[in-house]
Write a new protein. Structure first.
Length: 72
């Protein structure tokens, strides 16, 4: 049975941190990390919570830690 993406409440922003290296993974995964703006291990970026970003995160979910950003 295929896994489904877990939908979080729409907060508007996501904090995405790369926790594992892309070395040794498929080229498409490395390109997805680059498209997210992640170039280094332990780097953190912020993105709007959109379906396109969620799809990229889902593809490399085992390499990332994603947390919603609480807006003040």
């Amino acid at each position: 049975m295929p896994k489904k993406a877990v939908k979080a409440p729409a907060t508007g922003k996501l904090q995405i941190k790369q926790i594992r290296s892309g070395i040794g993974h498929a080229d498409t995964m490395r390109r997805t990390l680059a498209a997210l703006g992640l170039r280094h291990h332990q780097q953190t970026v912020f993105h709007d919570d959109t379906p396109a970003i969620r799809g990229m995160v889902f593809k490399v979910r085992h390499l990332l830690k994603v947390t919603p950003v609480q807006e003040a």
